[in-house]
Write a protein that binds this ligand. Sequence first.
Ligand SMILES: [Zn+2]
Length: 345
Amino acid sequence: MKRRDFIRATAIAVPAIATANIAAAPQRKVKEPLKTKEPELPSMQFRNGRFKILQLTDTHFIGGDARSQRAIDNVIELLDAEKPDMVIHTGDIIFGKPARENLTQILSLITDRHIPFAVALGNHDEEFGLSRHEVLEHIRQMPGCLNTSAKEMHGVSNDVVILKSPDGKNQWAFYLFDTGNKAKEFPELKSYDYIHADQLEWYRQTSRRLKQENQGTPLPSLAFMHIPITEYLDGLSDSRRQIRGNLGENPCSPIINSGTFVTMREEGDIKAIVCGHDHDDDYVMKWRGLYMMYGRYSGGDTVYNNLKPNGARILEFTEGSSSFKTWIRLHGGRIEQTMTLPDDF
Ligand SMILES: [Zn+2]
């Protein structure tokens, strides 16, 4: 058959098949599979058109240890000064035994103030006598905790919290990724763990569902996690990156790149990644269309920390806007790095 004849034959054949399918369809008696109802995602609402998240990170708390007093003083001062609508703790919450008591003591500074909170666990949280699952379950029993139980994927603190307008419309999504501890699959690399394929698949599906519910437009989102992805490190060595804030040490990212950055860019909803883990960094870097930022070390002197005083990052959202404001509040009251993204750089 000559090429032209083939095209003509195909052109005729396709509608014929299509018609046959349409005609046959009503006769088919296919039982609809029972749809399991998606569990409701935890959600929050704007208050007077605003919503403020305070990000704590790396409190490395040890109860009864004088070096942790600075962590307690810092958390109390910041919560009372900023009065956030929600707290996200990006991990390394504790740094000693007994884990349950220490988790309760530091996190009850949040719950005593009736502030809802969620956590993305750090690499150290599972090292003090409780497994990662047990740590999450203990935290989940505390009032106001928004984390859901662990899902069928790597890590336990993978979640998404939706911010809604008063009329119930989704406005923002805040993803929490569990970045684990060590990469068990590559023991020879001695690498930190990475975000695994099943977590990215969960993110992709959730992101697409939220996009569908948002009339086909990606829902503006942020991603919170403990360990920075490898692009934090890649971006630093590219002179085209833009950076604001303190860069006191190189990012201790995993050696393995599992494609998180690419997946987020493909879905088009994540505006910024917010992490912890590296205590001497609190910068915001713009690179290849994403803001990659750190929180501010919130703990005391139980581990290294050279950015003094301690503090926390704040992220504030205004109803109807897909940009957001962020700043760092330091213990003692000074404010740094006030910026609106993506408007400011
Ligand atoms: Zn840490």
